[in-house]
Design a protein around this ligand. Structure first.
Ligand SMILES: Nc1ncnc2c1ncn2[C@@H]1O[C@H](COP(=O)(O)OP(=O)(O)OP(=O)(O)O)[C@@H](O)[C@H]1O
Ligand SMILES: [Mg+2]
Length: 595
């Protein structure tokens, strides 16, 4: 029986698939799950690129997004920017090949919106798949005498650009920029996860950008520039030894042109001087020595000499060097790879987007997660146009990009839910989202944001990150508590005044009744009976006034309790890190002098 079943050879059943083919089939992985989300993802990929390109070239972004309805279920998306444009040599691959881009870094890197080199080519791929039409691009760089118009698609089998036409065109006064037009199957919606919401939120965290939006109905909305200053330019940093994994270290050892293992560490890594390099090698050698004790004579590993060539390091030695890298005392990574929004600008943007009574924003100092620096910013707005009864509005951002999907799965959302909001002045039933007229903005700026998927919609739940988010929210919410407290106090005062006014009327009535001409005839018992209801009322009023005031004090005490231990813990941690850094720097200077 078994003999009669023909087994196919590997040759006939196995084949390789191109990355474009893979994503064509699994487009949900890149955020193209349904027509409405696909339109939003396409806008997001194009606008994120325009912002990245303009900012990194010192240009204040001016972006126009237009959506036209071609027929039912078919739309054309046009995004035009004033960025640097892109030269022909790179343009075809950047737009017509998945996993080709200028921003990908295996390790180290800098804060940016794009990372993988997939975004815009996946939009063109999706358009081609659902409309059968290639994309139309116009690009002009400063040095080009004339703009060029390209019609291009993607050869899915080869994952290569497919150029239909390429000709010069007149682009009016435009000095430089890119215009991309893609037709696609889409659905236009106007709810929480819409294109308009994405643009609104993008404008909040990019106050230096001017965005014009033309909806399918032809309505034109302008999001003006709130700040004329470009954000701090994030600088590229080398990988930090605490954040590198084994495979990457092996590859770096192979690729380096450093002549010795010691100079490999000082040249290729952030914050590693001679002292730290020696320490890494020392820890590795100690680990090798420990292991050698358990091994028979012929299997023992040789010690790593700092002067060895990186190419001569054995696989076992690489593992021990990684151990050394993870355990050596190395100063925190350079933080100029980050570009936060800044509290003042975030506040200005929130005030210009919403009509609010109160706004507070904070930017925490940068900290490190697995060798990658990150920074959390929080803004809280209260009152004004916000809904008094509903759930608090949460706006999440990662590297200045709004996150509109997967709210429940996001660590930023969970941090808001886990907070005890009552002491800070918002209502909340246990374990759920706070309610009240408030808006909370959370921004995570990082060299590497640990997204839950390639479509970059939610931040993974890592303790280092959630802890920092919690501290940031608490820091920002403290002034909300003060504001709400002050407001409530004012309300209590006016309520008290009202109560006293009505009480005065009651007292007057009682006095009049006691002053009736035959009042002296009343027995003590009757007087007691007559005044009893008044006294009871008076007591209730006094109690309610006392307890409302007490309520506010309780809130303050509770905040102190909640934050006391955590704040102390965080302070001790920060002091310890600082001390360790100082020690390291001194040690390093000393060792370098010695050397
Ligand atoms: N509007 C633009 N202006 C100038 N260059 C651009 C523009 N859009 C894209 N590029 C270039 O094309 C490359 C590919 O863009 P793409 O969106 O595919 O990837 P990415 O932005 O690098 O990463 P991600 O996949 O995370 O978006 C970019 O790295 C950039 O160099
Ligand atoms: Mg991109």
């Amino acid at each position: 029986m078994a003999d009669s079943v023909k087994t196919k050879t590997a040759d006939s059943t196995h084949k390789s698939v191109s990355v474009a083919e893979f994503f064509e089939k699994n487009r949900h992985l890149l955020g193209f799950n349904n027509p409405a989300k696909s339109l939003l993802t396409s806008v997001k990929e194009a606008v994120d690129n325009s912002l990245d390109a303009a900012e990194s070239n010192g240009i204040l972004p001016d972006i126009k997004v237009q959506i036209e309805e071609i027929k039912s279920g078919r739309f054309k998306l046009i995004v035009e920017d004033n960025g640097p444009g892109i030269d022909k040599k790179h343009l075809f691959k950047a737009f017509g090949k998945l996993l080709y881009g200028s921003k990908f870094q295996t390790t180290g890197g800098k804060q940016g919106r794009g990372q993988q080199g997939i975004g815009i080519s996946s939009v063109i791929l999706y358009g081609q798949l659902t409309s059968g039409k290639p994309a139309v691009l116009i690009s002009k760089t400063k040095s080009d005498a004339q703009a060029h118009l390209y019609v291009m698609g993607i050869d899915v089998k080869k994952n290569e650009p497919e150029i239909v036409s390429d000709e010069p065109i007149d682009w009016g006064e435009k000095e430089h920029g890119i215009r991309i037009a893609v037709e696609m199957e889409a659905k236009y919606v106007e709810h929480k996860q819409s294109v308009l919401e994405y643009i609104k939120q993008t404008a909040i965290v990019n106050p230096h950008a001017k965005i014009t939006y033309v909806s399918p109905s032809g309505e034109k909305l302008e999001f003006p520039r709130v700040s004329e200053t470009l954000p701090i330019k994030a600088k590229l940093i080398k990988p930090h030894p605490h954040g590198v994994e084994l495979g990457v270290l092996k590859r770096m050892l192979k690729a380096t042109n450093a002549r010795t293992i010691k100079s490999f560490f000082t040249k290729e890594f952030d914050k590693v001087g001679g002292g730290a390099a020696n320490q890494i090698i020392q820890i590795a050698n100690n680990a090798l020595e420990d292991e050698n004790k358990k091994l028979p004579e012929g299997k023992k590993q040789g010690e790593i000499n700092p002067q060895y060539s990186p190419k001569l390091i054995t696989p076992d030695q690489v593992e021990k060097l990684l151990l050394g890298m993870q355990n050596a005392k190395v100063a925190r990574p350079s933080l100029d790879c980050l570009s936060p929004i800044g509290g003042t600008l975030l506040k200005k943007s929130l005030e210009s987007e919403f009509d609010l009574e109160f706004v507070n924003t904070i930017t925490r100092s940068a900290t490190v997660y697995r060798g990658s620096p990150f920074q959390i910013e929080v803004g809280i707005g209260y009152g004004g146009e916000l809904d008094k009864e509903g759930a608090v509005k949460l706006i999440r951002f990662a590297n200045k990009v709004p996150l509109l999907y997967q709210e429940g799965a996001c660590a930023l959302t969970q941090s808001v839910k886990k907070m005890n909001w009552k002491p800070y002045g918002l209502s909340q039933s246990s374990g759920s989202f706070p309610t009240g007229p408030a808006i909370i903005v959370i921004h995570m700026a990082s060299v590497w944001v640990p997204f839950t998927s390639e479509s970059k919609e939610a931040v993974s739940n890592y303790p280092e990150i959630t802890k920092e988010v919690k501290l940031a929210i608490q820091e920002c919410a403290r002034s909300l508590q003060r504001y709400v407290g002050k407001k409530r106090r004012a309300e209590i005062e006016s309520k008290k005044r009202e109560i006293f006014k009505s009480y005065a009327k009651e007292v007057a009535k009682a006095v009049v009744s006691l002053n009736e001409k035959d009042a002296y005839k009343l027995s003590a018992e009757v007087i007691k009976k007559k005044s009893e209801p008044l006294l009871t009322k008076l007591n209730t009023i006094a109690e309610s006034m006392y307890s409302t005031g007490e309520d506010l004090e309780e809130m303050e005490e509770e905040i102190e309790k909640i934050e006391g231990d955590e704040a102390k813990e965080a302070k001790v941690e920060a002091e310890e890190t600082e001390l360790a850094e100082e020690r390291d720097e001194e040690k390093e200077e000393f060792k370098e002098d010695e050397e």
